[in-house]
Design a protein around this ligand. Sequence first.
Ligand SMILES: *[C@@H]1O[C@H](CO)[C@@H](O)[C@H](O)[C@H]1NC(C)=O
Ligand SMILES: *[C@@H]1O[C@H](CO)[C@@H](O)[C@H](O)[C@H]1NC(C)=O
Length: 188
Amino acid sequence: MGYQWLIFPIALLFAATAESSHCATDGVPIVRNISAIEEDSYGVPGLSHITIAGSVMHGFKEVEVWLQTIAPGAGTPIHRHSCEEIFVVLKGSGTLNLAYTSHLKYPGTPQEFRIFANSTFHIPVNDVHQVLNTNEHEDMQILVVISRPPVKVYIYDDWFMPHTAAKLKFPFLWDEKCYQELPVKDEL
Ligand SMILES: *[C@@H]1O[C@H](CO)[C@@H](O)[C@H](O)[C@H]1NC(C)=O
Ligand SMILES: *[C@@H]1O[C@H](CO)[C@@H](O)[C@H](O)[C@H]1NC(C)=O
């Protein structure tokens, strides 16, 4: 722990200025070269994020796929969301902190899991978690799949903040630009 200072205040500050991605309102090509898709830190130190398949960005309705590279010492804020989330670690290693306590008043001390290249893990709906690159020698690269996009993220300052005090960040950093541009349609 001790990582929570790293990211969020700064992220929120710079998010509005992040000149970002292309909003593909009229569909995406069937095959795309990931190396040619725009990546951005969205103002978050140590993050490189690519929305491979997005809801507000590309019009996908039921799942969203991200590719993220996290520098040594960086990671996500402590947060929760009401969707399924599955990770595949492509490179590097780190730590998952997870509190199985969405039924209590606050997350409490999380359980720590070591995550490593070619490992996969999932986050139960609404459980509070944080993914960190705790390997000081290499970047960690993860492929992330979420259901029910666009994601609504509730952010905690620490593990003892009550669930009711967590702050909603919506639209989330990489959804902001396209969210302003297109009304989200309901039908498939
Ligand atoms: C994919 O994009 C990268 C970077 O633009 C390029 O170097 C590479 O040749 C592309 N691959 C194919 C198969 O087009
Ligand atoms: C990941 O595991 C699968 C199944 O054993 C294996 O085929 C693959 O080569 C592994 N990949 C890496 C990068 O280790």
